[in-house]
Design a protein around this ligand. Sequence first.
Ligand code: ZN
Length: 74
Amino acid sequence: MALCRCESCGVKKSIQTYVPVNPVDYPNAALICGATKCTNHAKIWLNNNEYIDYQNGVKTFRGSNTNFAKVRVD
Ligand SMILES: [Zn+2]
C-alpha cells in the first residue's frame, strides 16, 4: 500500500522498503504528509512491488484505507 509522507518524515520503522515518487503537480499537489502533526506537502512512497508496477507504467495506487482515495504519480 502506498504511503504519503513528506521528505522530512519519510517512511521509518517499516519492514518493507519504500521508494518516494512525485504525485501529479508536486509540490503543489493537494497531498499532505500523513505523519501525526505534519502539514508538509507529501510525496508518494511505493513499496517494492508497487515501484516495479510504476516502472512498468502504472500511475495510480491505493493507500492503506482503500475506500478513502487513490493517488496518482507523475
Ligand atoms: Zn511529514
